[in-house]
Write a protein that binds this ligand. Structure first.
Ligand SMILES: [Zn+2]
Length: 251
């Protein structure tokens, strides 16, 4: 709220940024604030900002702003343009949030439907995928784990009877793979992933749609939290204002 309201365009959006007081870790705080503004979309993808204009917003000198921007350029959140300043890039965190929200919105009801529609062949296929995932977790083989995680979800989505949903979710996962991010970097998280899929399968085996949906939701919300944490995003997962819809009653 510190810029003059006389300018339009980028400066107007910068005006919405919160002011930062000069303190010891000034560069860190400037960087966090700019990152937050990019993820929130206050600094829109594609918009151009000079170091000076951002320094004005934060009421600091250009040095901490420039240092913060160099960090953010390293994270592919901004790109320096010669003699012009920085351009805000579409962030992977924002992309991830959108993708994960969509997965939750689609796959949770799909699991609910699948519980009443999946047949023994489908359940057997899920057990086989889970068996491979369990073994992959045991030896720490993440690529195999992710491949069969994907098949596991595809079988459930397919069992919901909605082939477009199945294809669409699968294409969303391609986008995440393109980003090169994954949720797993420790043995513990691999084991957790297996446990979550075991719980989903149990819900489907019992034919309990509510349970299957809840376990799917827990799994995807947890996945979202891990991915976003890894990408250095916001503290709470799913910050697009969808919490009440997609997280809702999850405890
Ligand atoms: Zn999964």
């Amino acid at each position: 709220m510190s810029t003059k309201p006389t300018t339009e365009g980028p400066a107007a959006t910068e005006g919405a940024l919160r002011e930062i007081k000069a303190e010891s870790s000034l560069t860190d705080r400037v960087r966090d604030s700019i990152r937050e503004a990019i993820i929130d979309g206050q600094l829109a993808p594609g918009s151009l900002h000079s170091v000076q204009s951002l320094a004005n917003v934060f009421k600091v000198s250009r040095t901490p702003v420039r240092e913060a921007l160099i960090d953010l350029a390293g994270a592919d959140m901004v790109e320096f343009e010669r003699n012009r300043g920085v351009r805000i890039l579409q962030t992977s965190v924002h992309d991830l949030e959108e993708i994960l929200v969509l997965r939750i919105l689609l796959e949770v009801p799909a699991a609910f439907r699948a519980a009443s529609q999946i047949d023994e062949t489908g359940l057997e296929a899920l057990r086989m995928e889970l068996g491979i995932m369990t073994e992959a977790a045991r030896v720490g083989d993440e690529p195999t784990m992710m491949l069969h995680d994907r098949r596991f979800h595809e079988i459930i989505n397919s069992a919901s009877g909605n082939s477009r949903l199945t294809e669409y979710v699968d294409s969303l996962r391609d986008l995440i793979l393109t980003r090169g991010v994954s949720t797993v970097d420790t043995k513990r998280s691999l084991d957790e992933i297996v446990m979550e899929h075991t719980a989903i399968l149990a819900g489907l085996e019992s034919g309990d749609g509510d349970l299957a949906a809840q376990m799917m939701k827990d799994h995807l919300v947890h996945t979202a939290a891990l991915l976003l944490e890894q990408e250095g995003g916001r503290d709470s997962a799913l910050g697009l204002g969808w919490e009440s819809l997609v997280v809702g009653e999850t405890t």
